[in-house]
Design a protein around this ligand. Structure first.
Ligand code: ACM
Ligand code: ZN
Length: 738
């Protein structure tokens, strides 16, 4: 074979492997690629079993195919002969075990989705839709043949939405349900009441929607809204068609300021109150000593359970300050008459009373993990949000648990370290979400059975628009979907990220906003050695990267990245990803330092111990030592909670002039440049101080001392000076010898 033929073959291989995309998320339990293809043409028919539910499932497929190819595929319920050629068959197979499982078999001439229930057919269809998206070109669909057997790992695959801090219209709630169901999420936790707004019409208490649903912002503008009962019924029906259960949340006894604004008699003090315009936790809560509180909540819950078929009703229970109860005669009288020990037990009394009411109506309660305090209500399930300890405690007490720890499941946190829209705090990257394991190691197998699954929470204090909700949801929810669906053994981050890349176009085709991955690593500084080029990562197919090296913001007229960038010196790179539809990511910027690994770098020594101030380093024994190029604790890899480090070397001051050095640390630190000292010692949280020095150009000894006493650790050093705006000290200026 000559070289051209080999190239041609390679080319065809690439083309054909591109045309054989199977990037299903969540990853199916078993997926086997077989021989051949199934091509959609005008001979295809959809064969279903009789019934409305089957019909509406087949309508979803008909619409998708029509939209992509223009073909209108007929739906039939009977075939005259046994000829199953050119069919897409939906079949109920009661032999299958899992109520949500399915099998999807694609052979030349026949696609068959089998499931125990229609829910499984729906999930089989979601897998099929993803394959169709990945295998359509020029309005033609040609699918690779496969055998898939699939079922979920967890029963509760949840995503939450706070519509109180910011309100989102019914159309968006439906789109949210669409997005959830595309990735086989089956539970939508609808957070309907909070201090800043009440969002559900309650016929018996109209002031909830006349007053509690609206807040007057500081600028005088009125903000708010609510869903009518008709709208809620409509959304519940819509969710049902997407095999999603809506779990409504009615917050009690805290997060109730909006209610109290309309009904101040339900508080301990009598008010008056205004619907809150600030975020946080507020001291005014429902009075637990007042019978009217329970009458009111029972009225509300009676209407709620008429609207929502869910067996579980979320009653909140989180963040309840006890200060007003302590000072309230009625609450104190209740503590006495019920023989309660304290206000924690009063909270438990409150929740148990509500539980009894709901249990009598055939419903069960779920609440945030604070409902463990003062004693768990007998049949309650627990949502573990303040870490996983609440979940562990509840499972050990044989109560069902949904895991939603802030560390991995709070989608109001930042997705990256740089250039993200303002968020509430935290840092929950896509990779971190993907790494989540819902079953804590400390549970034995029997206790582990109480873990129903996991859920992502979307609190909206800093999320004002539907576009922004989508941005915070995607692609992190896609990572979560695999955590809650796929077997633990087959989860693999690299493989997931490869499959995810194929999904960005799928999201764009559905007009879903998402965080476009940055072409730069999520880091503080990138190190390159001389002659090494800078490679950027372009994860999204058919997208391009634009970049600048002069510190300016990349625009359409900036350079396109097509091959590795040759840097002539240390500096900054700023870059954006642009999708084929023109949509741009936010700008990522990164300091790039060109270093000589034989000369650059600082020496460090690592010590273990617990101190309240910087120790006397000379008297300590060194646990480890080595060299770091970047002034980052992560480079030193601390492997114990309480430790100290001493870092030394030389810094090259390039120009004469006044310099300011900033050292920020948790706990204490100290830095020395030549004879100049900045002292940030002591056991403290993140604290920054600075020092200003006049320095002549030249090499100066530099020393940084640091210790951490328990808990979180951090150390950051920045400087500014002549012709240098404030930044971390570049690795190219740090040396381990003169
Ligand atoms: C919560 O995040 N307050 C449950
Ligand atoms: Zn009270």
């Amino acid at each position: 074979m000559n070289k051209n033929n080999i190239l041609l073959l390679l080319f065809l291989f690439v083309i054909s492997s591109n045309a054989q995309q199977i990037s299903i998320i969540p990853q199916p339990v078993k997926l086997e690629l077989t021989q051949g293809k199934f091509s959609f043409d005008d001979k295809i028919q959809i064969l279903i079993e009789p019934g409305d539910e089957m019909k509406s499932l087949s309508d979803l497929l008909v619409a998708t195919i029509k939209n992509l190819t223009g073909l209108t595929i007929p739906v039939i319920t009977k075939i005259s002969s046994k000829d199953l050629n050119n069919k897409i068959q939906f079949e109920i197979n009661k032999e299958l075990e899992n109520p949500e499982g399915y099998t999807l078999s694609i052979k030349p001439g026949l696609i068959k989705i089998s499931a125990k229930n229609c829910a499984g057919i729906f999930y089989g269809l979601q897998s099929l839709f993803q394959m169709i998206d990945q295998n359509t070109s020029d309005r033609k669909i040609s699918l690779p043949c496969v055998n898939i057997q699939d079922y979920p790992r967890f029963k509760w695959r949840g995503v939450h939405l706070d519509v109180c801090r910011h309100f989102f219209p019914v159309e968006f709630v439906k789109k949210y349900i669409d997005m959830l169901s595309m990735y086989k999420i089956n539970t939508f936790h609808w957070h309907l009441t909070d201090d800043q707004g009440w969002r559900i019409e309650i016929k018996k208490h109209p002031k909830l929607t006349e007053i509690s649903a609206w807040r007057t912002e500081e600028d005088g503008k009125v903000y708010g809204g609510f869903y009518t009962q008709d709208q809620i019924r409509d959304v519940v029906q819509y969710a049902k068609k997407h095999y999603i259960t809506i779990v409504p949340e009615i917050e009690m006894p805290g997060h109730a300021v909006a209610v109290l604004s309309a009904y101040p008699e339900l508080s301990c003090t009598g008010g008056p109150f205004k619907v809150e315009t600030h975020w946080g936790v507020f001291e005014d809560v429902f009075c637990a000593g007042n019978e009217k509180t329970f009458d009111f909540l029972q009225d509300v819950l009676s209407e709620v359970i008429d609207l929502f078929p869910s067996e579980l009703i979320h009653i909140g229970g989180d963040e309840v300050p006890k200060i007003k109860w302590k000072a309230c005669e009625k609450c104190q009288a209740r503590i006495k008459s019920e023989n309660l020990k304290n206000e924690n037990e009063l909270q438990s009394y409150f929740i148990q009373r509500i539980e009894k009411f709901l249990n009598a109506k055939g419903k069960k309660i779920i609440g945030w993990d604070e409902i463990l305090e003062g004693g768990l209500a007998p049949n309650a399930s627990v949502m573990s949000w303040r870490g996983i300890d609440g979940g562990i405690a509840a499972a050990k007490q044989k109560h069902f648990v949904v895991m939603t720890p802030g560390t991995h499941c709070y989608f109001d946190h930042y997705q990256a370290l740089n250039n993200e829209p303002k968020a509430i705090g935290g840092y929950t990257s896509l990779e971190k979400v993907y790494s989540y394991e819902p079953v804590p190691e400390t549970l034995n197998p029997e206790e582990a059975n109480y873990i129903l699954g996991a859920q992502a929470n979307m609190w909206t204090e800093y999320i004002l628009t539907t576009d922004h909700v989508e941005y915070m949801l995607m692609p992190r929810m896609i990572a979560l979907s695999e955590v809650v669906w796929s077997p633990k053994e087959i989860r693999n981050l690299d493989n997931f990220l490869k499959r995810l890349n194929v999904h960005y176009n799928f999201l764009a085709s559905k007009n879903i906003n998402f965080r476009i991955p940055s072409p730069l690593p999520d880091d503080s500084e990138l190190l390159l050695t001389a002659n090494k080029e800078l490679n950027l990562n372009n994860p999204v197919p058919n997208s391009k990267i634009i970049y600048t090296l002069d510190g300016s913001e990349p625009t359409i007229s900036s350079k396109d990245y097509s091959s590795p960038v040759n840097l002539t010196g240390s500096g900054f790179i700023k870059a954006k990803t642009i999708l084929s539809n023109g949509k741009m990511s936010s700008t990522s910027s990164l300091a790039v330092s060109i270093i000589d690994t034989t000369k650059n770098g600082l020496n460090f020594k690592f010590y273990e111990g617990v101190w309240n101030r910087l120790p006397n380093f000379d008297s300590l024994s060194v646990k480890r030592s080595g060299k770091i190029f970047r002034l980052k604790l992560a480079e030193i890899k601390p492997n114990v909670e309480s430790f100290a480090v001493a870092i030394d070397g030389y810094i090259n001051i390039v120009n004469d002039g006044n310099y300011t050095f900033y050292i920020s640390s948790d706990d204490g630190s100290k830095m020395m440049i030549g004879d100049n000292i900045i002292d940030n010692d002591g056991a403290h949280g993140i604290k920054e101080i600075n020092g200003q020095f006049n320095l002549k150009a030249g090499m100066y000894p530099i020393k940084i001392l640091y210790f951490n006493k328990w808990g979180s650790s951090s150390l950051r050093l920045e400087y500014e000076g002549p012709a240098v705006s404030r930044r971390i000290i570049p690795a190219s200026l740090l040396f381990n010898s003169k």
